[in-house]
Design a protein around this ligand. Sequence first.
Ligand code: ADP
Length: 492
Amino acid sequence: MSERTYDRIYIGGEWVRPHSGRSISSIDPSTEEVWAEVAEADERDVDLAAAAARSAMQGPWSSRVTPAQRGELLYRLAGLLRRDAARIAELESRDNGKPLRDTLGEMQRAAEWLTFFAGAADKIGGEQIPFRPNALAYTRREPVGVVGAILPWNSPMLLYSWKLGPALAAGNAVVLKPAEQTPVSAMELARLIAEARFPAGVVNVVPGYGQTAGAALAAHPGVNKISFTGSHATARKIMQSASVNLKRLTFECGGKSPHIIFADADVERALVVATQSAFRSTGQSCSLGSRLFVQKPLYSEFLDRIAARARRIRVGMPLDKSTQIGPQTSAEQLAKTQSYIATGKQQGAQLITGGGRPQGFDRGYFIEPTVFAGVENRSRLAQEEIFGPVLAVIPFDSEEEAIALANDVEYGLVAGLWTADVSRAHRMAAALQSGLVTVNTFRTTHPMLPYGGYKLSGVGRESGMEAIHHYTEVKTVVVDFDPAPPADPFAD
Ligand code: ADP
């Protein structure tokens, strides 16, 4: 018997039974046991959810609810999430294995994102374009329509807020599909949406599998946009299905982010940030600083010290308050991480620390923080996203070499560098092919800062007012009031 059951899904403001009559069995990754059953939505439910979202778009949500009222609803949702943060954080930790301290932080951050977009809702406007004296031209920013949000399992609630915030602020309706590995917090979110009294159909939550519910959403002719976070392999499939009606797309697809430490860096600060950027969330973050480039005079010292720090990280049970990182979220992810560790060894990289199951755990998808040195930048260990706590450390000589190595990868989400040289910082910021470059810090995400990827890391941007652009269509309106007769090319 599982501990929790959610036997309904949330469509059109109602809790309905899914057509399949089945449920998703969600596994607690720290025990490998099923701990929750969540009703499984399939294509038919997605169809209903898309229809419910469409009727919300044709009803008062578009014609009566003011931008300020949309903001008010988002504020209310943020408040409810803050109220229930501790309870939902615990459920999230059970579902995806992150330590409580992380999931609690994510609930707070999700509320911050919703709050930012609540404030943005009544500041979305077009512009007036003075293109001719006897005409008025202006643009309107209209909602795109029905948005399908397809989410991953690494930071569920936080990423829901990244999608819902701008989508709802701009007046869209949403069909949200959580990852099958972590459906629980989405059901809790649906309860809060109901409690906040969003109009029926404005947000629909359909937990289901990627190949069924996800694929149906991506291909649905009644869905105008897909906002997706996940692997680029899945993004490619979604892009193909989405071509049916030229859906608008926002993709965030992970990375293999270079973190570059110059010899003139503030080493103590860089060490703290590099360690946490490589291993936090058990490596299950798209913005991990997983390729660490260290300038040669500093290389050996930095390598020794980061390895020592990695050894000290407390791996433990998610609900234990002293735990710093938990297990990987799924057996598949653990197997993937282990296979990269094996590949690293085969390809001649030097294993400095970690690589195995931490002592004292005979169950659960646990893995030690792992550091490889002398990694070849073209090797799989340095090129492919592992999504585990595996750091590749690579030496370099010059600024030019650092840029060449950092950019020699198919991804481009985040890049970071540490230097005391201001000119170098700006040169590097311009040269690095990445949606976010951070100097003397790493991977700063904030509701105000646009975030997204170059190359295989994604399409479009999330967060900031920039995100609003990706949830609106621009309509240009021209009103002519010229008293003179129009030019007539057919006059004689
Ligand atoms: P992972 O492989 O790490 O689980 P995915 O990119 O496959 O990451 O999953 C991210 C999200 O995409 C999940 O919600 C998943 O259900 C969904 N998904 C997977 N395959 C498809 C697909 N073919 N079409 C639409 N969504 C999908």
